[in-house]
Design a protein around this ligand. Structure first.
Ligand code: CP
Ligand code: NVA
Length: 314
């Protein structure tokens, strides 16, 4: 069973998962959703386990879904704002890692620099989970795949359009997931905003085995034409605030609005990891439309968080 191979491991990138492990996490998430729907919230599978949450940046979904997931699974979560840890006074991450390792059963961390996670994972023997870095957001991608399959079925048969910042962390993880599971991902971005080379390379290597297609275009209409899914994320991610004006200027032609979505399939679904900046990457009319599945997508963060915690810690 693919889930058993995940026990004790880190989850820093979707690339850390084999195809079978990714598939098994999605299936377990679907199962956990059904179980919760019939009123079974309390599962005592992580009784006595404690997850530490180190957050260098704000969070609503990731923090709350992980905390609720731990509680519903019978364990506990400890929120550790990095500004209140000795990290803020210069204690090295490698020292923090070796100390927290003695207290906790796992750490989820949201960091500015992906290297911080790598360092944390290197020095902590317990599982380290990427709760978002500048490069990836694997917990989000799990919920994204689950949501796409819930509404549209087998991802291998779909065309997904991502419109916006091509070097976005959420997109990088989605790209790796689509590459592993098959399917077409069209990324419409602007020159200079292409995905990171190392992530694109990993995705293309996977895609050559699964027959997935990863296409980068500068034409948003080409990307959304007959698409089943339209996905976007903010143009200014956390940590990029200083470049705000330039980024908005460079990406403004990539807004998801009624004019653009008319090229997609009539029953396309609109997705966004949230938080959204209405009037920038998407307009209110689209996010509030009947095609939008953003609240289901956000809900699925809880079920997928539980699946990850059970697999790594159970
Ligand atoms: N989508 C997501 O990760 O949201 P938060 O920043 O609220 O955690
Ligand atoms: N790309 C966004 C995602 C937020 C969940 C950011 O990094 O701010």
């Amino acid at each position: 069973m693919a889930l058993q191979t995940l026990k004790g491991r880190d989850l820093l990138s979707i690339a850390d998962l084999s195809r079978d492990e990714l598939r098994a996490l999605i299936e377990l998430s679907k199962h956990l959703k059904n179980v919760r729907r019939i009123g079974l919230r309390k599962l005592e599978v992580l009784k006595g386990k404690i997850l530490g949450l180190i957050f260098e940046k704000p969070s609503t979904r990731t923090r709350v879904s992980l905390e609720v997931a731990m509680r519903e699974l019978g364990g506990e979560a400890l929120y550790l704002s990095s500004s209140e840890l000795q990290l803020a006074r210069g204690e090295p991450i490698k020292d923090t890692a070796r100390v927290l390792d003695r207290y906790l059963d796992a750490i989820a961390a949201r960091v500015y620099r992906h290297d911080t996670l790598v360092e944390l994972a290197r020095y902590a023997s317990i599982p380290v989970i990427n709760a978002l870095s500048d490069v990836e957001h694997p917990l989000q991608a799990l919920a994204d795949v689950m949501t796409i399959e819930e509404f549209k079925g087998d991802i291998a048969k779909l065309k997904i359009a991502f419109v916006g910042d091509g070097a976005d962390n959420v997109l990088h993880s989605l790209m790796l997931a689509v590459a592993k599971l098959g399917g077409k991902l069209y990324i419409a971005t602007a020159k200079g905003y292409e995905p990171r080379k190392e992530i694109l390379k990993l995705a293309q290597e996977e895609a050559s085995e699964t027959k997935a297609e990863i296409v980068i275009t500068y034409d948003p209409v080409e990307a959304v034409k007959d698409a089943d899914v339209i996905y976007t994320d903010v143009w200014v991610s956390m940590g990029q605030e200083a470049e705000r004006e330039k980024r908005i200027r460079d990406l403004r032609h990539l807004q998801v609005n009624p004019e653009l979505v008319k090229h997609a399939k009539k029953d396309y679904i609109f997705m966004h990891c949230l938080p959204a900046h209405r009037g920038e990457e998407v307009v209110d009319e689209i996010i509030e439309s009947k095609n939008s599945v953003v609240w289901d997508q956000a809900e699925n963060r809880l079920h997928t968080a539980k699946a990850v915690l059970i697999a790594l810690l159970g």
